[in-house]
Design a protein around this ligand. Sequence first.
Ligand code: OXD
Ligand code: MN
Length: 579
Amino acid sequence: MTTNMALKAWVEEVASLTQPETIHWCTGSDAENQELVRQMLGSGDLIALNTETHPNCYLHRSDPSDVARVEHLTFVCTSAEADAGPNNHWMPPQEAHAKIDALFEGAMRGRTMYVIPYCMGPIDSPLARCGVEITDSPYVVANMRIMTRMGSPALARIEREGQFVKGLHSIGDLSPERRYIMHFPEELSIKSVGSGYGGNALLGKKCHALRIASHQARSEGWLAEHMLILGLESPQGETHYVAAAFPSACGKTNLAMLIPPEIYQGWKVWTVGDDICWMNLGEDGRLWAINPEAGFFGVAPGTSKKTNPNALAMLDRDAIFTNVGVTADNQPWWEGLGRDEPAKDWQGRDYVKGNGAAAHPNSRFTVSIKQCPAYSEQAEAPQGVPISAIIFGGRRESLVPLVFETESWARGVLVGASMASETTAAATGQVGVVRRDPMAMKPFCGYNFADYWQHWLSFAEKSDRLPKIFHVNWFRKDSEGRFMWPGFGDNMRVLEWIIGRCKSSADAVATPIGNVPTADSLNVDNLDIDAGTLAELLRVDRAGWQAELEQIGEYLGSYGERLPEGIKQEHRRISDALA
Ligand code: OXD
Ligand code: MN
């Protein structure tokens, strides 16, 4: 149990509402995990995979109606509606509590209630923050153990500091009609019911580390972002750290652990994180970043020896797979794996070609970051890593060049605020339509985007050593629908140019939207790409951008009076330069 009175009282209050059969305080020990796994194998929550090829790996099959985040059922419940902003669904806190508490009433009858103390970030980092998730799902416990620093050390920190985010979760009856993910940023609390899916149920991740943390970061003067963090080490042993924001399922995990192409002898990419980044201004005026997570909850389909050899290497032991298919000899299988054949699909049915995908398009793996061959020891550094460049990117078939550098912090903030991407399977809804996804935070910003952009802009007043901001697009297609840029490991070429710009050693041409590489400053040695394609990838189409700027203006305008002057100014400046 605990010496923290607030925690003790909250656990008692939740128990009297949800009526569990027993209460288990998680320590995070190996023995505890083994016992949970044993129970889940018995209940069918987990299925053992091939123990020879995949020791300690398990498959979880979700309810087929519960396989992605549910943005239409996700609410930010601030006292004033305007504080949640047009970017969030809002409900008055009192109404939200009443609605969701009714669903929690007796929800844990006959079940065990798990109390999970966890720490987001290195356990001894001043930048880390703690939380406690109460859940009735042992699958959530097993995942939280991989994704966070969970158990006794986190509880000790909570007892020392007295502060924690409260997260209450129950799978309820898994009915989409009785599913809500509610956030109360002013109370530092979360309530989630009716879903067992990662982003809705592992409350440390999107709910705490992004929605609640972004709100908290604003009042405390830091940034909680949907970004990977990687270190790029040159043959001379110099390492630059980069943080990059892409919407869900746009390859953050692949980029975070990229293996440079052969011509990059002596270069190395180090993985600090693949999804979330908390950044603070250091005393030296630089932005220092930590990854609040301890594991990956990555999208499985498309992960192969070719696209992400590092991921494949970490997935053959101690991993949980969710909604993938299996081979005849019980190995996990997904579309794009590039080997073997599926025998059963993600719902456990015999796999029949033509009867849909074997793995759900949003099927996932959960694995400790320490298993990644590119794992950076700096992921444990209490002070974090200094960021040289911030990269924004989206999935855009046309218009947006392969890479451009923004001329200032404020311009970079506008470019981030204008990000757009074609939607993917990570959230329920139509796939492949372009939507604005500022800083890749559309589903995750816990307050009004207009205030969020103002918060971003304010950093320029506090430091003149901020990172340079870039925009990339790996997803351009030609008139036949083929990708024009090879992507994956070859994205190293773009990263090299970006670091070159940070060191003032790479050339660029100025355009109205920003600086693009000169034809010979991007290293395309040994790459099968013709000069015409490269020129097209770097071209800035004035007419196309004028139309884009108009749409961006309309979108930004929807934030009304609260839209910061600095954003309007930058928008005007680019529009004028394009005229
Ligand atoms: C994720 C997401 O799971 O962004 O990381 O959906
Ligand atoms: Mn994500």
